[in-house]
Design a protein around this ligand. Sequence first.
Ligand code: FES
Ligand SMILES: [Fe+2]
Length: 364
Amino acid sequence: MGDLDPPLPPASDAEMLLGFWYRALRSGEVRARRLAPATLLELPLVLGRADSGRAFAMRDNCPHRGIPLSYGCFDGKDVQCSYHGWKFDACSAQCVEVPSLTGTDKLDPRKIRAGHFACEERDGYLWVFVPEAGTGGEPAAPAPELPTFSGKYRRTHLWAELPSNVDHGIIGLMDPAHGPFVHSAWWWRGRESIHEKEKRFEPIPLGFRMSAHQPSKNSAPYKLLQWYAGDADVTTTIDFVLPNLRYETIRAGKCWFTSLTTVTPITRRRCRIDVAAAWNVFRRVPLAMTIARFFGKRFVEQDRRTMVRQAEGLKHNPPLMLIDDADKPAKWYFELKKAWLESRRSGQPLRHPMAGPVTLRWRS
Ligand code: FES
Ligand SMILES: [Fe+2]
């Protein structure tokens, strides 16, 4: 333990993973008959929602002369380019009209296509599948989903943009050691409460799981949940799955709280953290949502401020280190990413960096 690793490669070299679903926009950012531009993994996209309710995503370049299609207009079915008026069916990106054509022109507009991306609206987000180069571009599985365990629940979203490479956002997300320093507050837990912890981790497909365990007894939200759940044991499970998904599930008898947090690469130097959370407790307590959002926002803001400060330091490309055991999840993340890229290159199955369950120890 405590051995130091060679510095991480500069963040600008980090690869962004293609072939996955990513959260592109929040549902609330996409309004009826409006075109919403977004950037995802440096790709310019335009998103919208057809009158049929279906969400769509196209490359935000007209295939004619490249002007962003988001400057055009949308009638609920077709997107019309602002330059020469070519029209595209929004859901298929197929061209349906080229206004300049005469009866003698041979060109069949239906053979022209704008860039098209699979898009699904789920849990308050428009998810876009970013295909690998040279593949058909269609996802093998539906977009990820926030787990829920009963019919009635409340849900909220929190987000923040971070001026950093996605890898720093992700390893910040799975880092157990920053809590007492970044998130210390009377309502969460103080620095004095640092103590030694031992957690079991196990490999799961494309990721790893912090096995079901009793959550930290010294944090107020967990105390609250325990109080609400009465005698039932509170257990929490945290999964990390490539490319950027962190699922947390807290259960106590019939009570549950879940969250799905993602850190999405916008460009190589910018990313966004999005948290969707759902719970079936305190549903009838007035102001519970307001209070939950207030504390949730503070929490995300503390992470954001830290990342802004870190970005200030990273401008100078300093050498960095990852230590055992507190940075072990970060090491697994980098190894998983490498193993995934390698398996795509070789066509061989992914070689998971964890051979089996592992127990990690740290103080936080
Ligand atoms: S650039 Fe879009 S129609 Fe010409
Ligand atoms: Fe944090």
